[in-house]
Design a protein around this ligand. Structure first.
Ligand SMILES: NC(=O)c1ccc[n+]([C@@H]2O[C@H](COP(=O)([O-])OP(=O)(O)OC[C@H]3O[C@@H](n4cnc5c(N)ncnc54)[C@H](O)[C@@H]3O)[C@@H](O)[C@H]2O)c1
Length: 358
């Protein structure tokens, strides 16, 4: 088991290991009552492992996917908490991926004006990203994650053995974020781990995943501690690879019968795009480009845009975002590490699009 402390006031630990779920009863023992929020698919997949961790706590089951991340679900959770008589001093446990973590996290932030929440992420994306940092949100018809709150967990229990049952596409989604951390200036240890143990990572060996998740969690935890409410820009580097990734995902959703691209795959392509953009702007050398290609391809992630998505489609989405945000913004590597770069020259964008075969 590895412990990563997030240095906020109060501090909290991210406990990472093949049996981290077993710590749930100890974490909850300081409370009068605990209620667990999860999804049926997770109960089915993890069976006795979940039953043992949950004990006799009341379980609230929510729906699956982005469609379940709504204010209606938050209301349903809160009403069940009220029926169960949960009070301010009790605790909510979010057991699942980012959908459960974001939705149950928001319910915990608002129920009785805020009750404690324990995040127990069961997806790779949840363990390296979503469960750490206190961002909670649900969707509106007008857009994703539009209603939310900052509500830090009291503990994060990342059980790497639970990842064994994760669908392959969801595991790949997490790997895209792992690649991002590896390619951040703080990510050298992750690159070394990947180089030594690629096969064991891809085979989901819980011990190697423990080191991998702990290293990623340490990077995220340190950035969160520097900028808990996303105000100073320190957390912006976590968006490395995400500008194109967002356009790829939006495009995948819009194109009828087109490529539905997983978040992590989109991030992987976005990383290749960003490093080639940085190279075209003479911010980094070819060695940095090679390193990104090596890490992304080494994890079996895509390095090119799906054939049915054109440069024009992607630019259109990015420009629409530009209108919303006021600038075409990328996080790019450079001599001083990762930086936010606004409105790169179109010649450099052309080179970057060509690098991902768009
Ligand atoms: N709060 C944040 O900082 C933050 C960061 C990144 C992403 N997110 C959010 O996270 C969400 C995506 O999360 P996700 O990728 O974890 O997807 P998800 O929560 O939808 O989980 C993916 C699927 O895997 C199933 N599942 C989960 N764990 C399993 C297991 N161990 N075995 C078998 N099946 C399992 C789930 O039931 C679900 O069907 C998005 O809504 C995104 O906005 C939030």
């Amino acid at each position: 088991v590895r412990r990563v402390t997030v240095e906020l006031a109060p501090t909290y630990d991210v406990v990472v290991g093949p049996n981290a779920l077993a710590e749930l009863s100890a974490v909850c023992s300081g409370y009068r009552r605990a209620v667990v929020v999860t999804q049926q698919g997770i109960r089915d997949a993890l069976g006795s492992r979940v039953d043992a961790a949950v004990g006799d706590a009341h379980v609230v089951t929510i729906g699956d996917g982005e469609a379940a991340k709504t204010l209606a679900t938050v209301e349903a959770i809160c009403r069940e908490l009220a029926d169960e008589g949960l009070l301010r001093g009790d605790v909510l446990v979010a057991l699942g991926g980012g959908v459960v973590g974001d939705t149950a996290g928001l319910a915990a932030a608002v129920y009785h004006r805020g009750i404690d929440v324990v995040q127990t992420p069961t997806t790779l994306l949840g363990q390296v990203d979503a469960a750490i940092g206190g961002k909670t949100a649900v969707n509106l018809p007008e857009g994703k994650n539009l209603v939310g709150a900052f509500h830090q967990p009291v503990a994060v229990l990342a059980d790497t053995a639970t990842l064994e049952t994760l669908p392959a596409v969801e595991f790949r989604s997490g790997l895209g974020e792992v690649a991002k951390y590896a390619l951040m200036p703080e990510g050298r240890a992750i690159v070394d781990l990947l180089r030594l143990h690629t096969d064991r990572v891809l085979a989901r060996d819980p011990d190697v995943l423990t080191d991998l998740v702990a290293e990623c969690a340490a990077i995220k935890g340190a950035l969160v501690a520097r900028d808990p409410q996303e105000r100073t820009g320190a957390r912006a580097t976590l968006n490395y690879g995400h500008t194109l990734a967002h356009a790829l995902e939006t495009n995948g959703l819009r194109s009828v019968g087109g490529s539905a691209i997983a978040h992590g795959e989109a991030v992987a392509i976005g990383l290749v795009f960003a490093v080639n953009l940085a190279h075209a702007m003479e911010r980094v050398g070819l060695d940095t480009v090679d390193r990104v290609h090596g890490v992304v391809a080494g994890l079996g992630l895509p390095i090119a845009v799906p054939g049915d998505m054109s440069r024009e489609d992607l630019l259109q989405v990015m420009k629409r975002d530009k209108k919303a945000k006021g600038g075409l913004t990328f996080v790019l590597p450079g001599p001083d590490g990762l930086e936010v770069v606004d409105d790169p020259p179109s010649r450099a964008l052309d080179v970057a699009f060509a690098s991902v075969e768009a």
